[in-house]
Design a protein around this ligand. Structure first.
Ligand code: FES
Ligand SMILES: [Fe+2]
Length: 452
C-alpha cells in the first residue's frame, strides 16, 4: 500500500463531523499537502483574474493554479486563453512579469517564441541546428483543460472532465460572485496586493467564517473606530477580575444572527445578515447598491438578506467591502495572500478613493484586520508542528448538529446565532476532495443533508 493510500484510509479519523474535531496533522503534513495539490488544486475550477484586468489584445496576467503558474492572455479575437508559464523547450518561464501587454512571449533561455495563443512561432536556428526537422506545431505552451468566465470572473481547471463552471459554482458560488458584480460596473483597480503569512492555507479559510473571534482578535480595530463597535452587551462566559468585576472586554451578544449557506463541492457563505450590518453602521447608505432596481431580485430571497462572507472552494474569498482574496498555498506552513480591489466605474473619484482607502486599511499587508488575524493563524500553524501539541485535536463544536438546514431556491440555508457550521462544512468537503472521487461522487458526498 502506498503512503498516499494509507493517508486516504485515515481521512475519516482526520476530520470528524460527528465529534466536531479535526486532527492537527492536516495543517502540517507534507504528504497531505501533496494530495491537496493533486486532488483539489489539480482538479477544481480556480479563480484567475477579472476580465477588466486584461481588456486589450495582448494583455496578460499571471495567476497561480496550485503549484503551477498560468498566463491568462487576451487573444486577438477578444477571447481569453490560459497556458502554463513554462517553455516547452527546457522549462524556463517564458514571461517574468506579473502582468502587462505583449505581442508574443520570448523565452530568455534560447529564444523560443510563442504567440498570444501559446503556439510556438519561432525557434532560433531552426534550419541550421534542427535541419528543419522540428515540428513547431507539436510544442506549444501547455493549455489549461477548460477556461470559462462568470460575470467577468475568469476561472480555469486542469481537469477536462470537470463539470461546467456554472455547475461547479452552483447557486451558492454564483451568489458569492453576484454579491460583488451587483455593486455596479465593476473593474479591478490596477495593482494586486501580495504578501506571505506563515500559515497553513486552511486556517485562512476557516477564519473567513469565524464570527466568534472579532471582539477579541480585533479589539484594537474596534477601539480606534476602524470598524463599528458591536452593541455594548455582555454575555455569560466573560472573565472576572479578582474582585469579581467584569473585565473590560466586549463579548458577543448571544442573539447575533447569522445566515449560513453550504453547498456542493464545499462552497459556503456565512456571517451576519444584512440587517445586522446596517444596524451596526447606523445607516443603509454604504449598502445603497443592494437596493437598486433588479439587484434584490437577482440576489433572491435569501441572497438579499445575506451580508458575508462568501467563499468559493478551495481558496477564493469575496468580502462585503468589494474585494476578492486568493489564499495561495505555497507549502504546508506558508500561504501567499493576494488582494484584488474592485471599484464601480460610475462612482465618483472621492467615493472610489474612500473605498480603496478602506480596502487597504482593513486587509492586505497594511490591513489592520489581517495583521491581527495573521498573527493567530501563524501561531495556530506553529502549534500543529509540536511533537505532542499536534496530537491535541482542533475543536469545531459550536452549534454541532443543532441547526436545521432549510433547502430553498437551490440553496441549503441555516439561520442560527454564531456557529461553526461553515468551517465544518469546509473541512468535510476538503476530506471528500482528498478521496479523489469522480465528480458525481464528489457532488453526492458534498450535498448537504438535514443537519451539520
Ligand atoms: S528553455 Fe525556453 S528556449 Fe530553451
Ligand atoms: Fe478577523
Amino acid at each position: 500500500m502506498s503512503a498516499a493510500n494509507s493517508l486516504v484510509d485515515q481521512l475519516d479519523d482526520l476530520v470528524s463531523l460527528e465529534r466536531g474535531e479535526i486532527d492537527r496533522r492536516i495543517f502540517s503534513d507534507e504528504e497531505i499537502f501533496d494530495l491537496e495539490m493533486k486532488y483539489i488544486f489539480g482538479r477544481a475550477w480556480l479563480f484567475l483574474c477579472h476580465e477588466t484586468q486584461i481588456p486589450k489584445r495582448g494583455d496578460f496576467f499571471e495567476a497561480p493554479m496550485g503549484r503551477d503558474n498560468v498566463l491568462v492572455v487576451r487573444q486577438k479575437d477578444g477571447s481569453i486563453r490560459a497556458f502554463l508559464n513554462t517553455c516547452s523547450h527546457r522549462g524556463n518561464a517564458v514571461c517574468r512579469a506579473e502582468e502587462g501587454n505583449v505581442k508574443n512571449f520570448m523565452c530568455t533561455y534560447h529564444g523560443w517564441t510563442f504567440g498570444l495563443d501559446g503556439e510556438l512561432v519561432g525557434v532560433p536556428g531552426k534550419s541550421i541546428f534542427y535541419k528543419d526537422k522540428l515540428d513547431l506545431s507539436k510544442h506549444p505552451l501547455r493549455k489549461v483543460a477548460q477556461l470559462e468566465t462568470y460575470r467577468g470572473f475568469v476561472f480555469a481547471t486542469f481537469d477536462e472532465t470537470a463539470p461546467s463552471l456554472e455547475d461547479f459554482l452552483g447557486p451558492t458560488g454564483r451568489l458569492s460572485l453576484d454579491l460583488l458584480a451587483e455593486r455596479g460596473d465593476m473593474e479591478v483597480i490596477p495593482g494586486i496586493q501580495k504578501f506571505v503569512v506563515n500559515t497553513n492555507w486552511k486556517f485562512t479559510v476557516d477564519n473567513v467564517f469565524d464570527y466568534y473571534h472579532p471582539q477579541i482578535t480585533h479589539m484594537s480595530a474596534f477601539a480606534v473606530g476602524a470598524i463599528p463597535s458591536p452593541p455594548d452587551e455582555f454575555v455569560e462566559g466573560g472573565a472576572l477580575t479578582d474582585e469579581g468585576n467584569r473585565l473590560e472586554v466586549p463579548f458577543l451578544p448571544t442573539d447575533l444572527h447569522n445566515i449560513v449557506m453550504i453547498s456542493e463541492y464545499g462552497h459556503a457563505i456565512s456571517g451576519p445578515e444584512q440587517a445586522v450590518l446596517e444596524k451596526d453602521y447606523g445607516s443603509q447608505e454604504p449598502f445603497a447598491w443592494r437596493y437598486t432596481p433588479g439587484t434584490q431580485e437577482k440576489l433572491g430571497r435569501y441572497g438579499s438578506r445575506v451580508a458575508g462572507h462568501p467563499h468559493i472552494f478551495p481558496t477564493t474569498w469575496l468580502t462585503a467591502g468589494g474585494q476578492l482574496s486568493l489564499r495561495i498555498p505555497r507549502s504546508p506552513g506558508v500561504t501567499e495572500i493576494w488582494w484584488y480591489s474592485f471599484r464601480d466605474r460610475n462612482a465618483s473619484g472621492e467615493q472610489q478613493a474612500a473605498e480603496l482607502s478602506g480596502h487597504i486599511h482593513y486587509f492586505g499587508p497594511a490591513g489592520l484586520l489581517e495583521q491581527e488575524d495573521g498573527e493567530n493563524w501563524a501561531q495556530s500553524t506553529l502549534q500543529t508542528r509540536g511533537g505532542v501539541s499536534r496530537e491535541v485535536p482542533q475543536l469545531l463544536k459550536m452549534g454541532l448538529q443543532t441547526s436545521k438546514i432549510i433547502k430553498e431556491d437551490g440553496l441549503a440555508v441555516i439561520e442560527a446565532p454564531i456557529n461553526e457550521h461553515a468551517q465544518l462544512w469546509t473541512y468535510h468537503s476538503w476530506r471528500e476532495w482528498l478521496r479523489n472521487p469522480t465528480w458525481e461522487e464528489l457532488r453526492a458526498r458534498t450535498t448537504p443533508g438535514d443537519y451539520i
